[in-house]
Ligand binder design. Structure first.
Ligand SMILES: *Cc1c(COP(=O)(O)O)cnc(C)c1O
Length: 430
């Protein structure tokens, strides 16, 4: 399919990036299970290696199955290009890598996926990078945290684990003023519920492991570029604006314009970091994207019913779902994610840590796993698992206090899920 913009989301999620296989006419995108691609001749090979011609060389960099997924996600997000990689965490490194040098920092929200808090607190320090954690509801604090070493601002659209909604328009205005890109992790929202680029994001990252694949089969990640940032406006981003020695002094921004970040991601990021998505994973994720909107509508409908039921249950202290009128984030739903607040939220069980552990042990339909965005309903007690590495203060700031469980509501019958929660709460609070 060519020119996308005229088509609706449901059409694009099936067709964007894909066309019948030119060799065989295969209607479904084939899994190109190959490492390398034959050059037409020596001149063709030279042009590919000089980035003068776009084509396939070696599957660490590009693969036709992965390329379809890249184009599909870029289209759904309203970006100009995307680079897929091996996991959501790989996507975060791939997004920061062209921006950061030793001594630079990224200003990040305290409300993040637990693994991201750990990656940003400890691991990126090994690269000489630093993360400054700030409450993103405090706009003055975000502004104050941006200094002359800041190279990006990072947050989640619908944030883990509580389903909190970030005011992306306000945050992107601060990033603009600081002259740095806003990176939004759109994993929990998906482009069906939220399109961060329309709210000023420069880059969007995904764990495609979650809703985009949709059934807990493969890990993957993606970085989408809006194509809107001027990398040459300052000397802050030399990887994109200055001559690149490994390509004979080529300047990515000058040469590739709006596609500079995407080309850099492939030609430098995947080439040298090697966090490549494999074609099998791309295939499963392509299958998933075809039904994304259908699933997300059901995730949202079920989450709303279950959150309302829990909120009215005396065994529950509070529910954080932003779709509830009682949520302080409810007023942002209309602006940021008008089709609904997603399928992810937390609730606090009367009886604290012990009751949470009993609840998790007593559920029958809900699975106790460290994952989200599956058709199956999932539950986790964050404080004893995903957020275990954090201090109690960090747990509370992240919305993963000890008395709280996180649910990822699946697409089963809502009545069955409510009955399961009902029997497990009875055991947990007996
Ligand atoms: C799962 C997740 C990640 C990490 O993705 P992986 O594919 O597990 O590496 C990052 N951000 C969010 C919001 C996630 O849910």
């Amino acid at each position: 399919m060519t020119d996308a913009p005229a088509h609706g989301f449901d059409t694009l999620q099936i067709h964007a990036g894909a066309r019948p296989d030119p060799a065989t006419g295969a209607r479904q995108t084939p899994i190109y299970q190959t490492t390398a691609y034959v050059f037409r001749d020596a001149d063709h090979a030279a042009a590919l290696f000089n980035l003068q011609e776009v084509g396939f060389i070696y599957s660490r960099l590009t693969n036709p199955t992965v390329a379809v997924l890249q184009e599909r996600i870029a289209t759904l997000e309203g970006g100009v290009g995307a680079v897929c990689c091996s996991s959501g965490h790989a996507a975060q490194i791939m997004a920061l890598f062209p921006l950061m040098m030793p001594g630079n920092n990224v200003v990040v929200s305290t409300r993040l996926y637990g693994g991201t808090v750990t990656q940003f607190t400890h691991t990126i320090k090994r690269f000489g990078w630093n993360a400054k954690f700030v409450d993103f509801d405090d706009l003055d604090a975000v502004k104050a945290a941006c200094d002359d070493q800041t190279r990006a601002v990072f947050c989640e659209a619908i944030a883990n684990p509580g389903g909190y909604i970030t005011d992306l328009d306000a945050i992107s205005a601060i990033a603009d003023e600081a002259g740095v890109p806003l990176i939004v992790d759109n994993t929990s929202a998906t482009p069906y519920l939220c399109r961060p680029i329309e709210h000023g994001a420069t880059l969007v990252v995904h764990s495609t492991t979650k809703y985009l694949t949709g059934n807990g089969t493969v890990t993957g990640g993606c970085v989408v570029d809006s194509g809107k940032f001027d990398w040459s406006a300052s000397d802050k981003f030399p990887s994109l604006s200055a001559p690149e020695p490994a390509y004979h002094g080529l300047k990515f921004h000058e040469t590739f314009g709006a596609l500079a970040f995407t080309f850099h991601g492939i030609a430098i990021g995947l080439r040298d970091l090697g966090m490549t998505m494999n074609p099998q994973a791309a295939h499963y994720t392509l299958m998933g994207t075809e039904t994304l909107s259908l699933r997300m509508d059901r995730h949202v409908e079920n989450a709303m019913k279950i959150a309302e039921w829990l909120e009215n249950d005396p065994r529950v202290d509070y529910v954080t779902y932003a779709g509830l009128k009682s949520s302080p984030y409810n007023k942002r739903v209309e602006k940021i994610c008008p089709r609904g607040a997603g399928g992810l939220f937390t609730f606090a069980v009367k009886g604290g840590y012990e009751a949470c552990v009993k609840l998790v042990n007593s559920l029958e339909i809900f699975s106790h796993v460290a994952n989200l965005g599956d058709t199956r309903s999932l539950i986790i007690h964050s404080a004893s698992t995903t957020h275990r590495q954090l201090t109690e203060e960090q747990q509370v700031a992240a919305g993963a206090a000890p008395e709280v469980v996180r649910v990822s509501i699946g697409t089963e019958n809502a009545d069955d899920l409510i009955a399961d929660l009902d029997q497990a709460l009875a055991k947990a609070t007996a």
